[in-house]
Design a protein around this ligand. Structure first.
Ligand SMILES: Nc1ncnc2c1ncn2[C@@H]1O[C@H](COP(=O)(O)OP(=O)(O)O)[C@@H](O)[C@H]1O
Ligand SMILES: [Mg+2]
Length: 646
């Protein structure tokens, strides 16, 4: 309620205008029966034509005023409700922009959509109905009874009794309906979630022939809603008929009492019709009010749901800083950072330590679920570390505004997402004033030559979510979008996985010069993508298993060797190393070979000398015909063939 007042505050004047117009309308409506009674009682019975004309003019004025009041109040009331609805929607949306990933998950996408659209609609309707149909009721009742009382005391008293009875029935019905309406809103959420899932996953459902199961599950959600809605309608129907019954009863009672009172000369004949009209008017108002009142509990639930979003303190708050020192050599730094998702029982990342330097490429490789994307999310501050610190350009990300932080980072998310519009609009997302040349350049670097072949080029339409492009095309477009944005740190989260090997290589080659001024963080699953990185982080179960160049890791990191062995054939490994080290199928890996050989010096920096030592060591230790695979043309080892992507 407090929140609603807050949203009504900017429209104080308009609210008062609506109420004033409503009062004029009400007064007009209530005056007409009394004027009519006077006309008949005084004018007709005494045949005073002037009096009749005089009263008729008075009645006309009242009717016109009442009509004007109704028009003004209706118009401004609808206007007010729509504006308040718009403001609440904006507030909900703005609040959601401040949400961290965790906050979003707490509400859920389906519920967020219901809250922004459906819930606000209910609130909007409730505002209109409350102002137009409920606020006038107490006034109508009091004035109506007072006017009836002024005609005849007994009549006024009887009318008051009827009003009290109907009011009691109304309160009871509203209380009952409130409970059901609260449930109803939750069912709408559920329908929304289920429907979204089944529409977006339609292809999977069809591919697995799960239409029947899906239909059943949706039917359950729809039925639960329908059952509750039917219960509410039962209540409505019961109330409706009892109210109509009471209205008719009131009419009969007024005429009966009126007849007696006229017979006793306590009342004039035309006053009966005035009293009947008052009874009907007030009871009708009451009935309308009750129908509105039935929707009020639902509106309150909706209001509460919007409040939850608007007043939800974002778990990630802006820091005070707005300035980053751009010239820093170390662009990003993880200092003993650990992280746990709010709903998880254990840490997803454990004591992560590494630097991303300007002009270098850092790669993260590891199995699915090892926490690679989470590292990117921490850098962008979609989540806050549970322990330790993440620094960008020498400042803790928590000390910066999120805006300042994110202007320095260009990010290609794991799931390539494009907005509906044109390609150019999508590419200009991070730099609105980018020229067409810049866009074409970024597209060329991102190997998006296909755009040149499109008849509309940069103005080609992008469907919602970019579904009119293939996965690989979407990925390349989102890489181009990231490249258009000037940044100190470029993050590519598994952005090369949907690209074929040749495009992947060409893209990395073009990228090398393109982002030489910045630090690059590449998250990958394929070893080919990252062999040339300046440093590679091997992540497993949220722990760094190894950190170094490809060469260093091949020698010292068992986890890395395992990945390499699972993805590469022996000759590819050789090619990558630039030497003819052989990986044996009998699990004698290069690292063991190195350890076994006496003459090997374990170096920390990769280099040709070390590589040579590797060759000798490998040859000595395994005693295998090192050149065999290359000569034979076919892999001599049993190592599994390349596995691309997830
Ligand atoms: N929003 C979330 N809530 C709870 N756990 C999550 C959430 N997102 C990811 N996880 C968990 O964190 C782990 C790492 O996820 P992620 O960083 O996406 O892995 P990767 O990118 O390496 O495949 C996974 O085990 C996943 O189950
Ligand atoms: Mg990932």
């Amino acid at each position: 309620m407090r929140m609603l007042l807050h949203f009504l505050k900017p429209y104080k004047l308009q609210t008062f205008a609506v109420l004033a117009a409503l009062a004029v309308n009400l007064l007009g409506v209530l005056l007409v029966p009394t004027i009519l009674a006077n006309m008949i009682n005084i004018g007709v019975s005494s045949r005073d034509f002037d009096y009749i004309v005089h009263q008729a003019l008075f009645m006309l004025t009242a009717a016109v005023l009442s009509g004007a009041g109704a028009f003004v109040s209706n118009y401004f009331c609808a206007d007010l409700a729509t504006k308040v609805g718009r403001d609440i929607r904006n507030a909900v949306y703005e609040a959601s922009l401040k949400f961290s990933g965790g906050d979003f998950e707490r509400f859920g996408t389906g519920s967020m959509i219901t809250r922004t659209l459906g819930d606000v609609n209910v609130i909007q309707q409730a505002i209109t109905m409350t102002i137009q149909m409920m606020l006038p009721v107490p006034f109508a009742a009091v004035i109506g009874v007072a006017l009836a009382w002024s005609i005849d005391e007994q009549m006024g008293m009887m009318l008051a009794c009827f009003i009290i009875v109907v009011a009691i029935i109304a309160v009871v019905t509203v209380k009952k309906a409130a409970v059901i309406f609260q449930k109803l809103q939750r069912f709408i959420d559920r329908m929304n979630v289920r429907l979204r899932e089944s529409i977006t996953g339609a292809r999977v459902i069809r591919a697995f022939g799960k239409e029947e199961a899906e239909r059943k599950s949706l039917d359950e959600a729809f039925s639960a809603y329908a059952d509750s809605a039917i219960k509410v309608n039962w209540l409505f129907a019961t109330f409706d008929c009892s109210s109509f019954f009471i209205m008719n009863l009131a009419e009969v009672a007024v005429i009966w009492l009126g007849g007696n009172r006229v017979g006793a000369h306590a009342m004039q004949i035309a006053s009966i019709s005035a009293c009947v009209e008052y009874a009907m008017l007030i009871l009708f108002f009451l009935m309308m009010a009750q129908i509105c009142a039935l929707t009020l509990p639902r509106a309150l639930v909706c209001l509460e749901r919007c409040r939850q979003v608007i007043e939800c303190p974002p778990s990630i708050a802006d820091g005070p800083g707005t300035e980053l020192t751009p010239a820093q050599d170390i662009v990003a730094h993880f200092g003993n950072a650990s992280f746990r998702f709010a709903d998880a029982s254990e840490d997803t990342l454990h004591h992560i330590n590494f630097f991303c330097r300007r002009g270098t490429t850092t790669a993260i490789i590891g199995p699915t679920g090892s926490g690679k994307s989470t590292i990117a999310k921490l850098l962008l501050r979609f989540h806050d570390v549970s322990d330790g610190a993440v620094e960008v350009c020498g400042t803790d990300v928590r000390d910066l505004t999120q805006r300042a932080l994110r202007t320095r980072i260009s990010y290609v998310p794991q799931k390539a997402w494009l907005f509906s519009g044109t390609i150019a609009e999508n590419l200009r997302y991070g730099k609105p004033d980018a020229t067409d040349e810049e866009l074409w350049h970024a597209l060329d670097v991102a190997q998006s030559g296909f755009v040149r072949e499109l008849p509309d080029g940069l103005e080609t339409c992008v469907a919602q979510g970019g579904t009119n492009f293939s996965g690989g095309q979407r990925q390349r477009l989102s890489i181009a979008r990231a490249l258009v944005k000037p940044a100190d740190l470029y993050i590519f989260d598994d952005s090369f996985s949907a690209l074929d090997f040749k495009t992947d290589a060409a893209l990395r080659h073009a990228l090398a010069t393109e982002v030489a001024h910045a630090a690059v963080l590449i998250i990958a699953q394929r070893i080919n993508t990252i062999v040339s990185a300046d440093q590679i982080i091997v992540l497993k179960d949220g722990c760094i298993q190894g950190l170094g160049t490809h060469r260093e890791l091949m020698r010292s990191c068992a986890a890395y060797q395992e990945i390499a062995r699972s993805q590469l054939r022996a000759e590819e490994l050789e090619e990558l190393l630039g030497v003819d080290v052989e990986l044996e199928a009998d699990e004698v890996d290069a690292a063991d070979a190195v350890n076994a050989a006496d003459e090997v010096t374990v170096a920390t920096e990769g280099g040709a000398a070390v590589a040579h030592a590797d060759v000798h060591a490998a040859a000595a230790a395994t005693d295998a015909p090192a050149a065999a695979p290359a000569e034979g043309g076919a892999p001599a080892t049993e190592a599994p063939a390349v596995k691309g992507g997830e």
